[in-house]
Design a protein around this ligand. Sequence first.
Ligand SMILES: *Cc1c(COP(=O)(O)O)cnc(C)c1O
Length: 221
Amino acid sequence: MEILAEHVNYVMQELPPHVTLVAVTKTRPVELLEEAYSLGLRDFGENRVQEMCDKQPLLPADVRWHQIGHLQTNKVKYIAPFVHLIHSVDSLKLLAEINRQAAKYERVIEVLLQVYIAKEESKFGLDDDEVIELLNHHETAAMQNIRICGLMGMATFTDNDQVVRNEFASLKKLFEKLRNDFFSGNEEFRWLSMGMSGDYHIAIEEGSNMVRIGTALFGER
Ligand SMILES: *Cc1c(COP(=O)(O)O)cnc(C)c1O
């Protein structure tokens, strides 16, 4: 408990006040989430639907649950009643299903679009043109039960800080462009989710206002 408090306080005190900390709790036992909660953390990130659904009823109701991992369309229904923010929207089909499920529960679900910025091969995320296509799509405009609130990206896993910095800077640039072109005068497009344990300092310097941190808070998984 003392060790956890030390790590949590260290990370929290390092973050500028405009940066939201999402504590990544995937693979961690509920007891650890309860400790984290008692230290004041409220935003928890999970990457597997089943695990989030198992943990959610066991934690206080004011926990904000973030879906940070790839989300399959057929699993949206399980998190739709309670999820706070979905970081990993990477297709129109997924967006449409989130909208459909949110409507069932009479909710508006906030989402981020996941953008592919890393050099390494990845199956997930949209490129810049695909993001613009999705935002321009007439179906997107008609969705009443989702709110697109920003972007999420993951940098290349590398020791080369300059590569990481350039990737984050390119995502920030896209974020500004989209905010200007699609959301001007609209405050809801506001989150730039980038930065994990190994690279959150760089991410914040490059304009992140939401970091997703597991290892630096809770140790190796
Ligand atoms: C696991 C994970 C994180 C946190 O990684 P750490 O290196 O433990 O901080 C952040 N974002 C996503 C999408 C993840 O899957």
